[in-house]
Design a protein around this ligand. Structure first.
Ligand code: ZN
Length: 121
């Protein structure tokens, strides 16, 4: 169960179609295609899609920001306020920069789950 989900998440993170692993999910500089140009698998499968993607994106960002604050606190003489400012800025940029990949990863996870349900793999 975890194997296909991890594979789907990895494919999605690289913006590769989780169904055929050949089609590109990306469309333009920021968007996601509605379906795979190679196999036609839909990339906007469910209503909860957006919520899941936000959840994935925020969890990863929060972990990175907290880890980053610990690292700068240990290694630099920056004040606590400067560290927070630095890492919250990083977090915001990271969220914006990787949101599409996070959403892709979520689509990959969803695909693995629905594929399991449908095909019994
Ligand atoms: Zn495909």
């Amino acid at each position: 169960m975890l194997g296909p989900m991890a594979r789907g998440a990895w494919d999605g993170l690289r913006l590769r179609c989780p169904a055929c692993r050949r089609g590109a999910m990306a469309r333009g500089p920021l968007g996601l295609a509605e379906r795979c140009p190679v196999c036609g698998a839909p990339f906007e499968p469910e209503e909860g899609d957006f919520v899941g993607a936000m959840l994935v994106a925020y969890s990863v960002t929060a972990v990175l920001v907290v880890a980053g604050i610990f690292i700068t606190a240990a290694l630099t003489p920056l004040s606590a306020r400067a560290q927070w400012l630095l890492w919250l800025t990083f977090g915001a940029l990271f969220l914006i920069g990787t949101y599409r990949n996070m959403k892709g990863a979520w689509v990959g996870i969803l695909y693995a789950m629905t594929g399991l349900r449908r095909g019994g793999r």
